[in-house]
Write a protein that binds this ligand. Sequence first.
Ligand SMILES: Nc1nc2c(ncn2[C@@H]2O[C@H](COP(=O)(O)OP(=O)(O)OP(=O)(O)O)[C@@H](O)[C@H]2O)c(=O)[nH]1
Ligand SMILES: [Mg+2]
Length: 222
Amino acid sequence: MQNPFREAEFLLGATHLDQLPEDTGAELAFAGRSNAGKSSALNTLCGRKALARVSRTPGRTQEINVFQLPPDGRHRLIDLPGYGYAKVTPRQREHWNRLIGHYLRERESLAGLVLIMDVRHPLTPLDDNLLQWLGPQSRRLHVVLTKADKLSRSEAQRQLYATRKGLEDRGLDATLQTFSALKREGVEDLQSLLLEWLKEADPDAAASRPKGGQKDAPATGE
Ligand SMILES: Nc1nc2c(ncn2[C@@H]2O[C@H](COP(=O)(O)OP(=O)(O)OP(=O)(O)O)[C@@H](O)[C@H]2O)c(=O)[nH]1
Ligand SMILES: [Mg+2]
């Protein structure tokens, strides 16, 4: 299958759920602490330098940013606002928390969540907050320990094992990997997993059909 992520396009930034596109198809959301490296991971996934803004100032991505995937936007990538940025008013923080909480609980088309954590600081209390919002309906969860270039290979592996244990202790069924946007490590693993999720979430999707061509007859009627 060709890589749809390379042709992701920015669609809109939403500060309220009602600004999001119609809740159909399949979305893959990226969440994580402010400055964890979400936007960088998204850019690396898509092989683009500046698809999602990368900030030097933490907390820059304050909206739910929506990127549509070819050919028709039925599949989308979502860059959620980072949590845990200290320099915001309690009101703003409350607004973001509610926004992300509602998104995770209510978004029907959310096929899976990619939780981005700094490999040096995985599973902070704020990450736990987010994981609670995911709720018992247990959406697909993939944990990306990024900035792996900041540690030696063996240290990064140790963090990976510790995080896997931490997730198991919380009763969470998640896949996980190390990643580096800087060194472009782990990109293919992330791409193939997310493609798999899209296929599972929406097997009849237009994305897997040749444009304008004959589509395969599904085994069970559409
Ligand atoms: N060394 C290293 N630095 C990284 C990596 N990924 C991101 N960074 C740096 O970490 C900082 C934050 O990256 P962003 O991608 O903007 O993080 P974010 O999670 O989107 O942050 P907010 O949108 O502000 O919440 C930037 O200075 C990046 O250059 C990585 O894999 N390795
Ligand atoms: Mg960002």
